[in-house]
Design a protein around this ligand. Structure first.
Ligand code: ADP
Length: 216
């Protein structure tokens, strides 16, 4: 169990805070707006009404003890930047902050924080991906245009031999095959796929795109 802080408890910050609690972490949530703090108080470890642009307040809350701090203040760019500066002064190494605009992003990147989040854009990319590849239920972007993708075998591929499905996708690695509760990490090329099987595969986006045509 780790301790995290989320500053700004609008819809984005509140979702992060409650998800972290669901993952069994201690979460301190801070917002200057009493309404937001009250509505989340019963769902997170510690909810505080405070101005996060005040370094003393942050110090008193012992925020430097946290493993990571998420700054989810978006609209008020000045407050977001001041807050990040104080967190840096307090020696917090892992700071993730939400950026609302390009200038906001530029300033945050100059402050050298761990990660800048663009929630609307990230969500837009995910929605576009799942619209264009409906068989992809989850994916993770790696470096150099490589992705790990979870795909489900639909009716059209029921009865297909695994080696046949992959014969023109030799650069794609299959990491996991799951059927019901059975999980296998080394696949028999002669395996006959069934509807509902799950494959977790890894490869370059172009190869994955070519293979995706077989899944439609
Ligand atoms: P969302 O899209 O998640 O609703 P907003 O940028 O609208 O994001 O909300 C950010 C939250 O940050 C708001 O709840 C606001 O009250 C809070 N906030 C803004 N300035 C401060 C500050 N100085 N200290 C603490 N919380 C702040």
């Amino acid at each position: 169990m780790a301790q995290f802080a989320v500053i700004g408890l609008g819809s984005f910050g509140a979702t992060i805070a409650t998800e972290l609690v669901g993952l069994n972490h201690d979460v301190i949530g801070i917002d200057s707006n009493k309404k937001y703090v009250e509505s989340i108080a019963d769902h997170i470890t510690h909810a505080v009404i405070a101005d996060a642009t005040d370094e003393h307040v942050l110090r008193e809350l012992n925020i430097q003890k946290c493993e990571a701090v998420v700054v989810a203040i978006g609209e008020n760019i000045e407050a977001s930047i001041l807050c990040v500066l104080h967190l840096k002064n307090l020696g917090i190494e892992k700071i993730w902050a939400k950026a609302k605009s390009k200038p906001h992003h530029m300033i945050l990147s100059h402050l050298g924080i761990s990660k800048i989040i663009h929630p609307e854009e990230d969500m837009g990319v995910r929605i576009a991906q799942s619209l264009s590849y409906p068989m992809v239920s989850r994916y993770m972007a790696l470096e150099d245009n490589r992705f790990i993708v979870k795909v489900e075998i639909k009716q059209a591929l029921h009865g297909e031999r695994f080696s046949h499905l992959m014969e023109r996708a030799l650069d794609i690695k299959t990491l996991i095959h799951k059927r019901g509760k059975d999980i296998s990490f080394s696949l028999d090329p002669n395996l006959i796929l069934q509807q509902g099987d799950i494959l977790v595969i890894e490869g370059e986006i172009e190869s994955l795109r070519r293979l995706s045509a077989r899944f439609k």
